[in-house]
Design a protein around this ligand. Sequence first.
Ligand code: GLA
Length: 685
Amino acid sequence: MQQNNRKMINGKSIILGTCYYPEQWDKKLWAEDIDRMLAAGIQVVRVAEFAWNKFEPREGEYDFTFFDEFLKLAEEKGMKVIFCTPTATPPAWLSTKYPEILNADQDGNLFRHGNRRHYNYNSPIYREFVAKLTEQMGTHYGAHPAIIGWQLDNELNCETNEFYSESDTKAFRKFLQDKYENLDALNAAWGTDFWNQTYTDWEEVDVPRRTNNNTTNPHRVLDYIRFISDSTCSFAKLQADILKKYIKPDDFITTNGIFDRIDYQRMQRESLDFITFDSYPDFAYGLDDYDEKDPFKDRWWSMKLTEVRSTSPVFGIMEQQSGADGWTNRLEAPTPKPGQLTLWTMQSIAHGSDYIGYFRWRTSIMGTEIYWHGILDYSGRDNRRLREVKAVSEKIKKLQPVAGAEYAAKIGILKDYDNNWDTNYDNWHRRVERQSQDSLFLALQQLHAPYNYVYLTEETKPEDLKKYEVLFYPHATILTKEKMALLETYVADGGKLVMGCRTGYKDRTGKCVMDYLPGLASKVTGTDIPEYSFVSPEDKHVYVDWDGEKVEAAIFNDILAPVCESAEVLGTYTNSYYAGEPALIRNSFGKGEAYYFGGAFAVDTAKLFARKLKVAEPFKDVIELPECCELAVREKDGRQFLFVLNYQPREEQIVLKKQAFDMLAEESREGNVTLAPYETKVYEL
Ligand code: GLA
């Protein structure tokens, strides 16, 4: 994880911004819009991410007059600007003259002009146009005083994260040649002796095209996903390397995520100062898939914010929802209720964001997103949401000491991209992973036990893990010696590691290991797995007795056996044909301990682990709050800031067991406190 000490998000302030599209409005509105934004406490606008034609209306003809005018006005008025490379929407003249820049469907049919993100990352022609334009924009705008930072493209891999153009095929071959050097190595890695898939010439190697049942070699798919990440990272780097030559030393480079099939740890290392995120918690209220019984709804968004934080501990929100969601042909969600816009802003800040940019200032009156509402509706009149933004800006003034503070967590959930991407295609892996990730999130949120996701990469050092008392690595299906060495050090130094079923049965190619399971994890967990099975539909649920407490071993069961004296059976299965067999083993290893649990985690199971391992409710001496409220804590220089978020449309009660300073009310409080519907309290301890 890279520490963030940069620029706008520099630990000095929390600020508000909004997304603005000067090209979509009459110029006469610009000055008034900027004045109104400033009056509402909005200090930053993000512009230009879809405006290629305004910079290069025809091939090779660059024209900067349009944005020069806008930036001049912004500068005069004291509005700061995040400027974007407009590469998410290549112009019609470009895709018509050079159709090879277009992405294609799996059968190779080119996507045509009319949507966005219709390009591919690997077309040499597209990369050349992008490089030339970025060079021009960097030269022309790099020193502009109104600009404080740059966004690369827009939402890389959103909407489309599969690439099947001719350029992708060629680049995929090159990627594989660099990786394997020869076809024998590739054939061995992909196990092509199975079903006679052997390649005899590099020309035969292609991106995964449509097949009968659309089933193909899983090891090839895993490499293809790695290739997509590689292409995306290199596309971002192409732009970042050019911009770095021209931008002011204090200006930042970011991109807005988070999407699948991108190694964001690498992207940040190579190209970004920090990541920004687009936060739309109202997806939980989508009219299509609204689930009345879901206890979390918009609070699920905290899981995504946790993911964002795994790339940059302090980050920004480039697009924070401020109105109803909707495209003309898909996605429908209601307008945030009074208080929800504030709640979702506070949710972002609570999780580590120091910049909140509302999407968008005015609602578009044309195009696909006429229902994707901004702060203002079509008329532009003052409205309830604008008043709420203004009120938020007043609150933010009181929260400035929080800037730069990092989210406090004693628990880490380990992740890595190989395993993330393996779940794209492997159903068995996906089922256990989803179950455990959702359960851990729900359980730890309800226990008010804050956690981080921690990515294991080649750069991860033992110190990065040491700060966590407990690490869950729910289903490390693919394991490597390097990762295991890191984990063994963590445990030997006193850490507690919890691993779940299906650990260690694959190598990096995604092929299974001919070994006693859990393979490389056997040593640290002191465990052997003589037998395993999906939970049978007849059994429906299989439970484990752990010291008299009954918890579920969901979805899949590894039937365990201890393999050394330091390994102790803590729990046994209570039902199915393996009732009485070991389901949970704890192994003492150096100064710490490793747990192997035979199932995927259910909510109760995850809660019991947190309690037994003594990481549940770390703030219980300070605050008592109901499960339906979230607790998040940021800390800096010995100062702790507690965010208590009420997601409910009703009042909720909390108890402050110690005196704490209510930063928004600017007074010290202790004892019973009532939270209004959707209210957030922020306390300094
Ligand atoms: C994304 C994009 C925006 C806009 C919104 C709403 O987050 O970055 O351009 O399309 O979604 O759809």
